[in-house]
Write a protein that binds this ligand. Structure first.
Ligand code: BDP
Length: 599
């Protein structure tokens, strides 16, 4: 799906602002409320998560539908154009009404969806737009929520009569089987964009390297009548290649390739035309692939230095925050990192565009986090396969053209050991499915939690083995000598698989400003000791091709006995101030080259 663009043929109407808003009162149907009900509510910022923007506790703890409303008028100058209403992300389920009529439904909170509204809007008249949003999560949603009866509810499950009796007093709540706050609402921009009546509906670009030349293959999808063409321009605006037709392959002689920063992330501009329409796209010429125990970018072995991240900040919640994205990129550069994983869902499109331009490498993850959380075979009792395929399809359709995206992660920490054969069948077939969809032929993986790695049959089958391990934190807590012993036993196992391995999560909760002379858990000294001890082991192993500490910054979670003001494993605080460990990594990573680190 193409990102909206303003150019000589297209325009954008931004619907950001203060919308009318009301939480459902339980007296309406599923996802329906009349306009007058919403008008008696409050105002809400769009885009943003609604949870932290009001002081009444029900906004934070809401479970169910919420309603947004605003009106718009299409400018007369645009009425002859094709008009498309686009939502970049509504979390997690959306029903869209125009003048009271349901025009669209969408499941999944982290990917865009759109509808052609040409002819559905009366000229010069205010049109009413209502967006109903459902934040409930369960065994059919991604991310996955726990369901009554099958879930482990921590100490609520204990065999204590008074606790069991008190369950009937529990309010309906979301029970995430994941460790980040279930921020909801219209989290990303809502726009109407226009195109000419005959238009380019999709573009696919892939690149190859042939000696000093770059090869750019393109394919346009178009609707209506017109002739198609493409021009490739270099940074100075000079056309370096061009062609007619809806698809083809262009040779750029003596090309400049896209390299991760501090190499130059060189971008060409592809300008496509079809009839009256035009669309342009940044193109980075680069290749990616796996060879033996190496991950290659432009044929050279790359070492991943970076993070698991979140889209999370005070007040905004998970709402799109371009200023924060800018700051994060700056901190990524400051720490000498070169990559991150979009744990645990696809991020806003603007972040990928920034990473293309700034030379930051992305492992692009679906929202499939929390598959499990029950003693039963989740692959038998869950109802998520079709949706999982849809999000993979939509993710690749959205992100396939980004040079920054080098690998797909199908999900995070699914249960692969309760029923290893079911898990194998599920993930192996999904792996083949993902591979079949990507025109860019990127490696495919999923991220595996700390488990019985001998019993787990599927992680070892991935192109790159991605493991999250908390030796010294959740287990062998505080004892780094025992932790290193255990880690090495496991690394011996992975060495035998002859696959490249990235440590996609490891970390320790740390309270900024809590210092100890003798490092114990939660102190800044312990976080440094933890990382320094473990990193030394990675340095001894050629197959360890990356380290992504968990997490880039502290982030918000559901309240609970394990979390004081959220998850504190950040190298940065939630407002992006460095803890001691950030300085430690800054020094370490500035000494580790992006390429050829492991011989
Ligand atoms: C991992 C999860 C991550 C959590 C982390 C933790 O992938 O989402 O935040 O543990 O507990 O298992 O800090």
């Amino acid at each position: 799906m193409l990102y909206p663009e303003i150019n000589e043929a297209r325009s954008i109407i931004d619907l950001s602002g203060a919308w009318n808003f009301r939480l459902d009162d339980g007296k309406h149907g599923e996802g329906y409320a009349e306009s007058a009900f919403i008008d008696n509510g409050t105002l809400m910022a769009v885009p943003a998560s609604y949870n932290d923007l009001k002081e009444e506790p029900e906004y934070r703890s809401h479970c169910g539908w919420a309603y947004y409303k605003r009106t718009f008028i299409i400018p007369n100058s645009l009425v002859k154009e094709r008009q498309v209403l686009r939502f970049d992300a509504v979390t997690h389920y959306a029903k869209i009404y125009l003048d009271g009529k349901l025009i669209l439904e969408h499941k999944g909170g982290f990917l865009p969806f759109e509808i052609d509204i040409t002819g559905k809007v009366e000229r010069g008249k205010e049109t009413e737009l209502i967006v109903a949003v459902d934040n409930r999560i369960n065994h059919s949603t991604l991310p996955m929520g726990n369901e009554e009866g099958t879930a482990f509810f921590g100490s609520d499950n204990a065999d204590v009569p008074s606790v069991i009796a008190a369950k009937k007093w529990r309010k309906p709540v979301n029970l995430p089987n994941f460790d980040f706050f279930n921020y909801a609402g219209i989290n990303r921009p809502v726009r109407i964009y226009t195109t000419p009546v005959n238009y380019i509906s999709d573009v696919t670009i892939t690149t190859e390297i042939d000696g000093k030349d770059g090869l750019i293959s393109y394919a346009l999808e178009t609707v209506g009548e017109g002739t198609a063409s493409i021009e490739i321009k270099d940074k100075s605006g000079k056309t370096v290649a061009s062609s007619e037709g809806e698809s083809g392959k262009l040779r750029i002689t003596d090309a400049k390739f896209w390299w991760p920063y501090p190499g130059e992330p060189y971008l060409y501009k592809a300008v496509m035309k079809f009839g009256e329409d035009t669309y342009s796209l940044d193109v980075g010429i680069r290749t990616v692939g796996v060879k033996g125990i190496q991950f290659l970018i432009n044929g050279k072995p790359f070492y991943f230095k970076g993070f698991g991240k979140h889209e999370d900040s005070a007040i905004h919640g998970r709402g799109f925050d371009f200023v924060l994205d800018m700051k994060d990129i700056s901190m990524i550069h400051w720490m000498g990192a070169n990559s991150f994983r979009t744990s645990h869902y696809p991020y806003a499109e603007e972040m990928y565009q920034l990473c293309d331009r700034e030379g930051i490498v992305i492992i692009d993850e679906t929202p499939a986090v929390g598959i499990g959380g029950t003693s039963e075979d989740i692959y038998k009792i869950g109802r998520f396969r079709e949706h999982h395929e849809d999000v993979i399809k939509d993710l690749i359709a959205r992100d396939k053209n980004h040079p920054s995206v080098v690998m797909w992660s199908m999900g995070n920490e699914p249960d692969v050991v309760t029923a290893p054969d079911s898990a194998y069948d599920y993930w192996h077939s999904l792996y083949l499915f993902t591979k079949s969809l990507d025109p860019g032929k990127r490696p495919v993986t999923f991220v595996c939690n700390q488990n019985n790695y001998e019993r787990d049959r599927i992680t070892r089958e991935m192109d790159v083995v991605c493991i999250n391990r908390y030796y010294g934190w959740y287990n062998l807590s505080g004892d780094m000598e025992a932790a290193v012993y255990a880690l090495n036993l496991e690394l011996d196992f992975w060495e035998k698989q002859e696959k490249p391995v990235i440590m996609t999560e490891y970390g320790a909760d740390t309270l900024p400003g809590f210092h100890l002379s003798s490092p114990e858990m939660f102190s800044e000294e312990f976080q440094v000791l933890y990382y320094d001890t473990i990193n030394k082991e990675f340095d001894k192993r050629a197959f360890m091709i990356g380290e992504h500490p968990w997490n880039f910054a502290d982030f918000n979670t559901i309240q609970g006995p394990m979390r004081a003001d959220g998850n504190r494993k950040g190298l940065l605080t939630r407002d992006r101030r460095p803890k001691m460990a950030a300085h430690y990594f800054r020094k370490r990573w500035n000494e580790i080259p992006d390429f050829d680190y492991k011989k």
